[in-house]
Design a protein around this ligand. Structure first.
Ligand SMILES: [Zn+2]
Length: 369
């Protein structure tokens, strides 16, 4: 009996050890599986297969009562010439989106009762000051024939300019922001060139789906690594459509039923709610627009920005170019070409003989009297 009890105890101890080994074995399998899955998840992330979550963004900055206005904001000491383009409300506070007509830079100006006496412009009123400021000169240059269906507006600058303007488009995309051009541009330019001027043409749909990315871009701006000009790239960014590959008559903003003013205003609202200030520039999706659309955006006070160096299309970077790449993860080719182009110019860049220029400054040079 005693012997049986002893062997029973031995059996129980043996079973306990077996259970422990079994648990340990399963844990090892689980850890091994995780170790195998983790790099795969990282790889998926690196390949940007994860789509940024759809989030209703920035509720605290909710913009209401957004409206187009066109009127000068005369400041008490008359030191600056601001021109209001829009007015809006954020939580009971009223603001203007205004442009300094001497510098083309925009700002959000809190409401001031003295502004209300200033008369609004209409299409029929052409005050004298419209003709003597770089902003209105550039606007009127773009609002005259020939109205090009493709690439209308400012496409480049003087060849005497020792550098170029870099623009990146953020058309709607399921992919995360391609951060590589920001990394290599900031690594190629010496710190004394910071903040590096770039212009980002952002679509409202991209903004609505890339909360982390927009915060990251704003952090680049705040840390004075890049000085970003935010260009309006429409809200929905209608797709390209051609019945005939050689004829541009449909698609993009030419798509039937597109309300251009709503596309512009909704994108501006999304920008303001995201904490960024819209500029006076617009880039047409696909660079495509007709006379009616061009006149409409000019009437809204926006200057169309084209490009003469769309890198993925094989166009070359020259002095005075407006370079176009896509940083929305859909056009790796352009990003790679930019990397190659800037790498070849590395020595000139380090010697200060080739730079990236601010688009405002380039337009000012062209349109100052
Ligand atoms: Zn686009």
């Amino acid at each position: 009996m005693e012997q049986l009890s002893t062997s029973h105890m031995e059996l129980t101890v043996f079973q306990n050890w077996c259970n422990r080994f079994r648990k340990l074995f399963y844990q090892l399998i689980a850890i091994t599986a995780l170790l195998h899955v983790f790099p795969f998840v990282c790889m998926l992330h690196a390949q940007q297969l994860f789509v940024a979550p759809r989030i209703t963004i920035y509720p605290t900055n909710k913009v209401t009562d957004y409206a187009v206005v066109m009127k000068p904001l005369v400041i008490a000491n008359n030191s600056r010439r601001l021109f209001a383009l829009r007015k809006f409300t954020i939580v009971d506070k009223r603001f203007y989106l205004a442009v300094d007509i001497e510098t083309l830079r925009t700002e959000i100006v809190p409401f001031n009762s003295t502004f209300e006496n200033n008369k609004e412009y209409t299409n029929t009123i052409m005050p004298a000051e419209k003709h003597v400021s770089p902003y209105f000169a550039a606007l009127e240059f773009c609002n005259r024939p020939p109205y090009r269906l493709h690439n209308h507006g400012i496409r480049g600058f003087s060849k005497n300019c020792k550098g170029a303007v870099l623009t990146m488009d953020l058309c709607p995309s399921p992919y995360l922001l391609d951060r590589s051009p920001f990394h290599f541009v900031s690594s190629i330019f010496p710190k004394k060139e910071y903040p590096i001027p770039i212009a980002i043409a952002v679509s409202g749909k991209w903004l609505a789906n890339h909360l982390d990315d927009i915060h990251w871009l704003i952090s680049l701006q705040k840390n004075k690594i890049f000085d970003i000009t935010w260009i309006n790239h429409s809200f929905t960014h209608p797709r390209e459509y051609r019945e005939n590959p050689k004829i541009l008559s449909k698609g993009f903003l030419l798509t039937k039923g597109i309300d251009v003013e709503a596309e512009i205003n909704k994108t501006e609202i999304a920008m303001i709610e995201a904490g960024i200030t819209p500029s006076v520039f617009v880039r047409f999706p696909g660079l495509v627009a007709d006379e009616k659309i061009i006149k409409k955006v000019c009437e809204l006070g926006l200057i169309p920005i084209g490009s003469n160096a769309w890198l993925a299309k094989g166009e070359k970077v020259r002095n005075g170019s407006i370079i176009l790449i896509h940083a929305n993860g859909r056009e790796k080719k352009g990003v790679q070409i930019l990397h190659t182009v800037l790498s070849k110019k590395k020595q000139l860049i380090s010697q200060g003989k080739w730079s990236l220029f601010d688009i405002h400054d380039c337009i000012l040079k062209e349109f100052s009297q």
